[in-house]
Design a protein around this ligand. Structure first.
Ligand code: AHM
Ligand code: MG
Length: 332
């Protein structure tokens, strides 16, 4: 399926954008538009919680009380609750899978959509004021409306996504998403509580600006990956690694580069989760003219076998992803 890409006026509020673009959405019934609004609303609430976390004492470990004697909650638990509640209240969603929950969350048997979400990604950065994010994928359900959500509904390949995106909680907070017709970025204006279009039809630059990988694991990577890293260094490509997938991905999407999390000795399948981390970013990067692979095949074509399955990921500029894949094949 391919849809027309449009250039919109920068500064357009998210709601107006969604309304204008509705005709371009697959299944233009308005429900997907509403679902995106629900996600944006939960994103605002999470943004608020993050910006106050130091004051409210919710950034620390659970089991302690905050300064007001209230039980503290981890921000990732808060984020999970905010998104689940927003999606429950919205009514468009039949089922959710979340990094924070072992099982499928059954929401509304009359809902048409399935959401896969990592409510707050970048756990090592949550407590230290470094950018973190939310990642989401939206699918049409496969089972009949009115019935129970099935495994088949939640274990769809990434190429079945009807929309996907992320929220980045950083120096500015942003919502970036695609519905299969280009990638659009909205910056949050907290004083009036609105997202405005700031990044129109994002395309990843061809320039190989950055490589992003946790080099602390260098000696735990396969030879091919070590060779690729050495090659990046010899070419003088700058290294950038935050350890927050959304922030690392967002920077490379705007500046050009590759992010990768290969298999390691501790993570033989890689660390990242296919259903609610890799697929959404793979959809976005392809829409932006880039590429995402697990080293063997296109991320979007992998058929998930379980909800929390992990997968190696190489994502970013086509030229860089192709180069690392060819080394993986050569050295294997
Ligand atoms: P999380 O879902 O527990 O936060 O783990 C995913 C995160 C990604 O945001 C990040 O890219 C990666 O883990 C960093 O891992 P590492 O610390 O091993 O480099
Ligand atoms: Mg995560």
């Amino acid at each position: 399926m391919s849809f027309k890409k449009f250039d919109f006026e920068v500064g357009l509020p998210l709601d107006r954008f969604i309304k204008k673009k509705q005709d371009d959405f697959p299944y233009a019934t308005g429900e997907l538009s509403q679902l995106l609004r629900d996600i944006a609303l939960a994103g605002k609430l999470v943004n608020l919680a993050i910006s106050k976390s130091g004051l409210l004492g919710i950034e620390g470990a659970m089991g302690k009380n905050n300064v007001q004697g209230e039980a503290q909650q981890h921000l990732d638990v808060i984020a999970n609750d905010r998104f689940i509640n927003a999606l429950k209240n919205g009514g468009e969603v039949a089922g959710i899978i979340s990094e924070e929950e072992d099982n499928i969350i059954k929401v509304n048997c009359d809902g048409k959509y399935i959401v896969a979400i990592d409510p707050l990604d970048g756990s090592s950065n949550i407590d230290v004021n470094v950018s973190i994010g939310t990642i989401f994928s939206i699918y049409r359900r496969k089972s009949e409306i009115g019935g129970k959500v099935t495994k088949e509904d939640v274990l769809q390949s990434g190429n079945q996504q009807v929309a996907a995106g992320y929220l980045l909680y950083g120096s500015s907070s942003m919502l970036v998403f695609t519905t299969g017709a280009g990638v659009y970025g909205f910056t949050y204006e907290p004083s009036i509580g609105e997202f405005f279009l700031s990044h129109n039809n994002i395309q990843i630059p061809e320039k190989e600006t950055y490589y992003s990988v946790n080099e602390g694991s260098y000696f735990n990577f396969d030879d091919s990956i070590r060779q690729y890293i050495d090659q990046c260094k010899k070419s003088g490509i700058s290294a950038r690694y935050i350890g927050s997938l959304v922030a690392d991905f967002h920077r490379n999407l705007l500046k050009g580069g590759i992010y990768f999390y290969p298999r390691t000795k501790s993570y033989p399948e890689g660390k990242l989760r296919l259903c609610y981390e890799c697929n959404a970013l793979a959809f976005l990067v392809e829409q932006a003219g880039g590429m995402a692979s697990n080293g063997q095949q296109r991320i979007l074509d992998i058929k998930p076998e379980s909800m929390h399955q992990r997968c190696p990921m190489y994502i970013g500029n086509k030229s860089m992803v192709e180069e690392v894949i060819s080394l993986i094949n050569e050295v294997a």
